[in-house]
Design a protein around this ligand. Structure first.
Ligand SMILES: CCCCC/C=C\C/C=C\C/C=C\C/C=C\CCCC(=O)SCCNC(=O)CCNC(=O)[C@H](O)C(C)(C)COP(=O)(O)OP(=O)(O)OC[C@H]1O[C@@H](n2cnc3c(N)ncnc32)[C@H](O)[C@@H]1OP(=O)(O)O
Length: 173
C-alpha cells in the first residue's frame, strides 16, 4: 500500500482556523497558491448594481487540451462556473453552484487571448427579503466579440452554520 501524500490530502491551509479567503487560495480556478490551477484574475464592475460583472482575460495551453487545439469541455465549464461565482462576493454572499447549464457554441481555442465575463442576472426576493437563489450568466468570448460558450447558473447562498461545521471562518462583514 502506498503512503498517502499528506501535502495533497491534508493541506496545511486546513490547520488552525482558516478564513474562507485563506482556504480559497487553492481554488482550482483562481487560487494563487494552487500550482495546477488556472490562476484566473477577475476585475469586478459594480458601478451598475443591477448588472454587476466580473471580467477575466486569459489564455490556456496544452495542459488543458480537449479536442486538438481546443480547450477541454470540462475546463470550459470550470471557467464559466468561476466567472459566475466571482459575482457572489460583490453581492456580499457566500454561495455555491447548485445548477448550471452550458451552450458550447464554438470550440474554444488554446494559445489565444480570450475574454471571460460573468454577469449577475437577478436574486428573487422571498418574503420581502433577498432570497437564497442567485441567478448569473457567463460567456467566453473571442476578442472580436464572438461568443464561444455561454452558461446560466443558479447559486445558493450558504448558511454560515455550514461554514462553521466545515471549520471555515466567514469573511469580515
Ligand atoms: C459546506 C462548506 C462550504 C465551503 C465553501 C462555501 C462557500 C464558497 C464560498 C466561496 C468560494 C470560494 C472559492 C470559489 C470556489 C469555487 C468557485 C466555483 C463555484 C463552485 O463550483 S461551488 C462547488 C460546486 N457546488 C457544490 O458543490 C454544491 C453542492 N450542493 C450543495 O451543497 C447543496 O445543494 C446547496 C448547499 C448548494 C443547496 O442545498 P440546500 O439543501 O440548502 O438547497 P436545495 O438543494 O433545496 O436547493 C435550494 C433551492 O434551489 C432550487 N433548485 C435546485 N435545483 C434547481 C434547478 N435546477 N432549477 C431551479 N431551482 C432549483 C430548489 O428547489 C430549492 O428551492 P426552494 O428553497 O425554493 O425549495
Amino acid at each position: 500500500m502506498t503512503t498517502p501524500d499528506t501535502a495533497r490530502h491534508t493541506p496545511n491551509s486546513m490547520d488552525g482556523n482558516p478564513t474562507i479567503d485563506e482556504r480559497a487560495n487553492h481554488c482550482f480556478g483562481c487560487g494563487p497558491a494552487n500550482p495546477q490551477g488556472l490562476h484566473l484574475a477577475f476585475t469586478t464592475d459594480t458601478s451598475n448594481p443591477e448588472a454587476i460583472t466580473a471580467t477575466c482575460h486569459f489564455q490556456l495551453d496544452r495542459m488543458h487540451e480537449g479536442p486538438p487545439g481546443y480547450i477541454h469541455g470540462g475546463i470550459v465549464a470550470a471557467l464559466l462556473d468561476e466567472a459566475m461565482s466571482k459575482l457572489n462576493r460583490p453581492l456580499n454572499v457566500l454561495a455555491m453552484t447548485r445548477h448550471m447549464e452550458i451552450d458550447y457554441l464554438r470550440p474554444v481555442p488554446l494559445y489565444q487571448p480570450l475574454v471571460l465575463i460573468g454577469r449577475h442576472l437577478n436574486r428573487p426576493a422571498k418574503d420581502g427579503t433577498p432570497g437564497r437563489k442567485l441567478f448569473h450568466q457567463a460567456e467566453i468570448q473571442h476578442p472580436d466579440g464572438t461568443v464561444l460558450a455561454r452558461s446560466k447558473g443558479l447559486f445558493i447562498a450558504i448558511d454560515e452554520k455550514l461554514l462553521f461545521a466545515a471549520g471555515i471562518t466567514p469573511p469580515e462583514a
